[in-house]
Design a protein around this ligand. Structure first.
Ligand SMILES: Cc1cc2nc3c(=O)[nH]c(=O)nc-3n(C[C@H](O)[C@H](O)[C@H](O)COP(=O)(O)OP(=O)(O)OC[C@H]3O[C@@H](n4cnc5c(N)ncnc54)[C@H](O)[C@@H]3O)c2cc1C
Length: 415
């Protein structure tokens, strides 16, 4: 379909889940449009930067056939306070799964590729420029320089959003990209494969939490994310976390099979996610849950919305600016209220001292937070959390946290 002026109708930067979902959505219908996706790494899904814990419903919304992936079903989440007290949320059904993230990214890429999308690996897009004819991408490929022209451009370049920034759009706030480190272990003892464990406390994961995610009966992912000021101490915190009284014996005979880092995106949604024939999706648009850092499902779904709009521009069904604006309106309507509430919760939760965490876990147990959240969609738990926090019993018990909440609200309001 691409006109002679363009190398492809649509170019996408980044072959993560958001980029590949956008690609698939734009190529899966007839008439075809031509799509090129540029990825700087030589392998899709690598280097790995993920724990692979995802809500099943959200994965289905990406149009995925779950039987094509290997996964471990999760039924419960355990929240553990610094003083070791805890509560469980038991959804009782397979509401979450732990997937192999490399396999997921490759599955999504293959799906787009078999529908005609072209993947260009080891192609780093260094610069982008808009002229009257569309977008020009300046690319490095194995010491060679290339130029690619496209009518529409989608940025799916992940948290750092360098290209997005280069054209004057705001990237996710760097102060809210939390450095993370994770090890994968084999031969771990006492693993309940149905249950994810989340550990709170400044000794192990200041500002965020540590996670123990079962891959099967004897393999787990153990990781932490921390406030950016502790970036250089990630390894120390993870070492300390491994010695947590609930964990140390379980790792006595286990060995590390993998280690990876990355930045957990907890910045909340960015304000402007489009420009002329240009849309930003996934982590680059802050389309992830600031409470947990999970971004596969929502980013992937927003990718689908952007792919559809790109198609409408290319087929001249909608004027470019209107289509891009529609993309932004659509994803905001679907996700922004929840994402913004999660961002607010993150702002309130991050600076909390251990004593308040002990109190929160106690309140969570006494007020059946699991019951309140069991009706909300896992990926959209912002409103469920707010409703729970506003229940009179919870509100009264949390009274001392109100000054912190008000100051966070104030900071949000003036930012
Ligand atoms: C430790 C850790 C654990 C996580 N665990 C979970 C989890 O359990 N569940 C969950 O839902 N989310 C999790 N996340 C978040 C999740 O990984 C992201 O939300 C998700 O990867 C976002 O997808 P994306 O497609 O927007 O970006 P990415 O997956 O980051 O993909 C962006 C791609 O763009 C490429 N790229 C960037 N710039 C260029 C360029 N200039 N030229 C060419 N290519 C470029 C990059 O190489 C990359 O492949 C975790 C994150 C971390 C760090």
């Amino acid at each position: 379909m691409s006109s002679t002026n363009f190398d492809s109708d649509l170019a996408i930067v980044g072959a993560g889940p958001a980029g590949s979902c956008a690609a698939w959505e734009s190529v899966k219908y007839k008439p075809g449009v031509s799509v090129s996706i540029f990825e700087e790494h030589s392998n899709i899904g690598r280097p790995l930067q993920c724990s692979g814990l995802v809500a099943t419903d959200g994965l289905r919304n990406l149009g995925l056939n779950l039987t094509k992936l290997n996964y471990n079903k999760i039924k419960r989440a355990k929240f553990i306070a610094p003083n070791f007290s805890s509560f469980d949320i038991n959804r009782g059904k397979d509401s979450m799964v732990v997937i192999d993230r490399v396999a997921l990214d490759n599955y999504l890429a293959e799906r787009a590729r078999t529908n005609g999308c072209e993947y260009h690996l080891e192609h780093r897009v260094n610069q982008i420029h808009f002229d009257d004819n569309g977008w020009i991408l300046y690319i490095n490929h194995k010491k060679k320089k290339k130029i690619h022209r496209s009518k529409v451009l989608v940025s799916a370049e992940g948290v750092h959003a360098r290209l997005t920034r280069s054209i004057g759009l705001s990237p996710p706030d760097r102060n809210w990209l939390f450095p993370a480190l994770q090890y994968e272990f084999e031969d771990t003892q006492d693993v309940d494969p149905d249950c994810v464990e989340l550990y709170f406390g400044r000794k192990y994961a200041p500002g965020f939490f540590g996670w123990f995610i079962p891959i099967n009966e004897n393999s787990v992912r153990l990781g932490i994310a921390v406030e950016p000021r502790f970036k250089g101490k990630r390894r120390l915190f993870l070492k300390q976390f491994r010695k947590h009284p609930f964990l140390k014996d379980r790792f006595k005979n286990s060995k590390i099979t993998n280690s990876y880092g990355g930045y957990v995106p907890v910045s909340g949604p960015v304000k402007i996610t489009y420009h002329k024939s240009f849309m930003v999706i996934g982590d680059a648009a802050g389309q992830s849950k600031a409470t947990t850092g999970g971004g596969i499902n929502i980013g992937g779904y927003c990718g689908r919305l952007a792919g559809l709009m790109a198609r409408k521009i290319i087929l001249e069904e909608l004027p470019s600016l209107k289509a891009c604006r529609d993309y932004q309106n659509q994803w905001r309507t679907l996700f922004e209220p929840n994402l913004s509430l999660m961002k607010l919760f993150r702002r309130i939760l991050t600076p909390l001292p251990d004593e308040t965490w002990n109190e929160i876990i106690k309140i969570g147990r006494e007020t059946d937070i699991g019951g309140s959240l069991s009706t909300s969609h896992i990926d959209l738990h912002g409103i469920g959390l707010l409703k729970h926090a506003l229940r009179p019993r919870v509100f009264m018990k949390s009274f001392h946290a109100i000054p912190q909440a008000v100051s966070s609200l104030f900071r949000e309001f003036i930012s």
